[in-house]
Design a protein around this ligand. Structure first.
Ligand SMILES: Cc1ncc(COP(=O)(O)O)c(C=O)c1O
Length: 421
């Protein structure tokens, strides 16, 4: 073991990207915390496979309880039922499969596609790639995922959505699902849920809400406006593993029509029949894999250890740091914001005086970002917004403090001079 540990330190550690560093501002985080790590150690020690209630009753009961706690903490409708999925990608796949089957009268599951189903799914041009992947896996064809344009703040345009669906229906297509995003990956834009929900009701489409990152902010009452209209949605997913200090992986999926989910996924072969069938939640019927880890334990540890108020305080602190960062960008004469800041993601670029060519600005910012990351002192990533190379700074790491943000800002400022255009 000594030799293994030496090699771990010498060979593995230098090759790791340190997601738990407070200087990590890239992507969206995969946060952890001490209570969560402790629970993960206990989970690993128990080594239980929690596929059915009977294979670990406490795990199934705790999962149900944790989903109810999260529902209350985030103000989700009481009639939604929750299950822990590994990732938001899986949760979205499950939502799209459920929408497909509900619209097909559960016949694609049994007979396959007949060729007459002209199903379509809708999202915005800013939606995460997991939606397209889910549409492909569900056999719908990525050509039947229609990406609707966004407004000046990168939010789905509901008028365009309505018109696109209406035109598709004219052509014989059936709108089976719309995916609205609460907190897009590019810039945390918030799709107008209430308007999108009314359109879904009008056309009978399943409304799935992807709140993978921003959903954690729903524990803050002042951010509940983001899900106004949620009672009209069919499902929602958010990842406590992103911004609720719960180790990867832990994705909370809530669904209104539990029967649609179970009718889509449930299979009970003889060797999996138990005496409690139908009286308890067998969560293997609520997700794609049969085998399941005991993920509820870390949520229990985290929520109990911090308590709701301390979690709220931490999130508000991150948002306040991002507000300060935004202020710094706005007051720097050679930097500019490229999208409104909704929560704790700051989207900006370096814009030196006298350079107006967009390709040149893209090159400069790519070089700036590479320069920053090469120092190894901070890690930021990018996206493109309206074709503009955008540096993203997500201030959400469990242990991030003002001094880390200030150090990153200094690093950004000092890297300017080394930019190669
Ligand atoms: C909006 C959004 N949806 C979905 C995902 C995919 O999340 P996961 O890695 O849990 O599948 C991400 C990842 O960052 C995301 O930002």
């Amino acid at each position: 073991m000594d030799a293994i540990f030496r090699d771990f330190t010498d060979i593995i550690m230098p090759g790791m990207t340190h997601w738990q560093s407070p200087n990590f501002f890239a992507y969206f985080p995969a946060n952890s915390s001490y209570p969560s790590i402790l629970a993960e150690m206990l989970t690993a020690t128990l080594g239980a496979q929690c596929m059915k209630w009977e294979t670990s009753p406490a795990a199934a009961e705790l999962e149900e309880m944790m989903m109810n706690w999260l529902k209350e903490m985030t103000g989700l409708p009481a009639d939604f039922e929750g299950v822990i999925q590994d990732t938001a990608s899986t949760a979205t796949l499950v939502a799209i499969l459920s929408a497909r089957e509900k619209h097909a009268g559960y016949r694609v599951n049994s007979s396959g596609f007949t060729g007459s189903e002209r199903f379509r799914v809708y999202c915005s041009t800013e939606t995460h790639s997991s939606i397209e992947r889910a549409v492909k896996i569900a056999g719908l064809g990525s050509g039947n995922l229609i990406k609707v344009g966004v407004d000046g703040q990168f939010r789905m345009d509901p008028v365009l959505l309505d018109a696109t669906i209406a035109a598709d229906i004219e052509k014989g297509y059936k709108p089976i699902c719309v995916v609205a995003t609460i907190g897009t990956t590019g810039c945390t834009a918030i799709d107008p849920l209430e308007s999108v929900a009314s359109i879904c009701s009008k056309y009978g489409a399943w409304l799935h809400v992807d709140a993978a990152f921003a959903g954690s902010a729903l524990i803050l009452p002042e951010y509940r406006w983001m899900i106004r209209g949620i009672e009209m949605a069919d499902s929602i997913v958010f990842n406590p593993h992103k911004w609720l200090f719960t180790n990867f992986d832990c994705s909370a999926y809530f669904v209104k029509d539990r029967a649609a989910l179970l009718n889509t996924l449930q299979l009970v072969p003889e060797y999996l029949k138990t005496q409690n069938q139908g009286r308890v939640n067998d969560y293997c019927d609520w997700s794609v894999p049969l085998g399941r880890r005991f993920r509820a334990l870390k949520l229990w540890f985290v929520i109990r250890h911090f308590g709701i108020e301390a979690l709220q305080e931490k999130l508000r602190y991150h948002i306040s740091l991002a507000t300060e960062m935004e202020e710094n960008i706005r007051t720097s004469h050679d930097f500019e914001m490229l999208a409104p800041r909704t929560l704790n993601l700051v989207c900006f670029r370096y814009h030196p005086d006298g350079i107006e060519d967009e390709n040149e600005l893209n090159r400069i910012n790519e070089s700036l970002l590479q320069g920053i990351n090469k120092t190894g002192k901070a890690y930021l990533t990018h996206t493109k917004l309206n074709g503009k190379y955008t540096i993203r700074m997500v201030i959400a790491q469990t242990n991030v403090e003002r001094r880390h943000v200030e150090a990153a800002l200094q690093l950004i400022q000092s890297s300017k001079g080394k930019v190669q255009s």
